[in-house]
Design a protein around this ligand. Structure first.
Ligand code: UDP
Ligand code: MG
Length: 311
């Protein structure tokens, strides 16, 4: 049984068509499949459309959230609802920009033993220049900040039951699924596809939401920004030492205005010491921060032997 989870926020223009296309593809799967539409607090007719679709098709289910909680949490809600019912869950955007022909390939990979299948777009030719630059900058910055992501993979992926249970055991509140999924391990595969432009409606990811997602990604996966403070502090202290020498030389040669050397030195020195102190505090905060996340230490892949009567 495969569940396809589709988060929807004000998607009334595309839903009918997306549902029709998805039903078409699931018929060819060979497995039983369900479509689970999650209405993320839409203010348009999205929920009415989902309800009528679920009345018309037995395979269509709906879930309506109390208000708009954002793409990542809407996905989470859908996955939580599906985890005990499904053998695998595929997440895909409502606008079907991602190629649904990949779904049978994902299902095949799953049958062949993959726990996680990432849908990865081949390029970004159809994106606007701005979206392309910001998106690529985003992946690069994430990498530099120490958060591992799969390049050009968004949230089009298959998760087998085992991986899904592992993912749902993360207790954190700041969800950045693209960063969490690669930490699960298990058996991974990648399927490449060309991404299409949106068929109807407008993007529900304005720049503000993209920035907030990026910020969530960095701050929930990396303490590097805190460490950068320490490093900058140390650099400042080093500069202060150099400046000391220079200021003293100028002072001795009596080329400086009275009071300049002492002011100059203390400015850099105090700045450096302050940043170092902040950095040390940051180190402790980073420890607290990794502790409070209470992330699981490991995930079991499988077991062998008869475990009903352990020795
Ligand atoms: N979405 C959501 N809640 C939000 C914003 C977006 O559930 O607050 C859904 C949206 O309905 C779509 C998916 O997230 O199914 C991706 O959004 P969109 O296609 O607008 O993003 P883009 O492709 O422009 O990056
Ligand atoms: Mg889209």
């Amino acid at each position: 049984m495969i569940y396809i989870v589709i988060p929807c926020y004000n998607e009334q223009e595309v839903l009918q068509d997306s549902c029709r296309q998805l039903l078409g593809i699931t018929e060819t799967l060979g497995e039983e499949a369900r479509l689970l539409f999650v209405d993320d607090g839409s203010s348009d007719q999205t929920w009415a459309v989902i309800r009528s679709l679920s009345e018309a098709h037995n395979e269509v289910l709906g879930l309506r959230l109390s208000h708009n909680v954002g793409h990542q949490r809407a996905l989470w809600a859908g996955m939580e609802a599906a985890v005990e019912l499904a053998d695998a869950v595929i997440s895909i955007d409502a606008d079907l920009q991602d190629d649904i022909e990949v779904i049978p390939r994902m299902a095949r990979d799953f049958r062949e033993g993959a726990d996680i299948v990432y849908g990865v777009r081949k390029g970004r030719r159809e994106d606007s220049w701005f979206k392309r630059q910001t998106a690529q900058g985003f992946y690069r910055m994430m990498g530099a900040m120490g958060c591992q992501t799969v390049y050009n993979h968004a949230d089009f992926r298959l998760l087998g039951k085992r991986a899904l249970r592992a993912l749902l055991s993360f207790p954190e509140r700041n969800l950045f699924l693209r960063g969490l999924v690669p930490t699960l391990g298990f058996t991974e595969r990648i399927e490449y596809y060309d991404r299409k432009p949106r068929e109807a409606g407008t993007s529900k990811y304005p720049l503000t939401k993209m920035l907030s997602l990026a910020l969530d990604g960095v701050t929930s996966f990396s303490v590097r920004p805190l460490r950068l403070i320490s490093v900058t502090g140390l650099l400042f202290v080093l500069v202060a030492l150099g400046a000391c020498v220079w200021a003293l030389v100028t002072y001795i040669e009596s080329r400086s205005v009275p009071g300049w050397a002492s002011l100059f030195i203390s400015l850099w020195f105090v700045g450096g010491v302050l940043l170092c102190a902040l950095g040390v505090t940051g180190e402790y905060i980073s420890k607290i921060y990794t502790e409070v996340k209470r992330r699981p230490h490991y995930f079991l892949r499988e077991r062998a032997g008869d475990w009903t009567h352990p020795i």
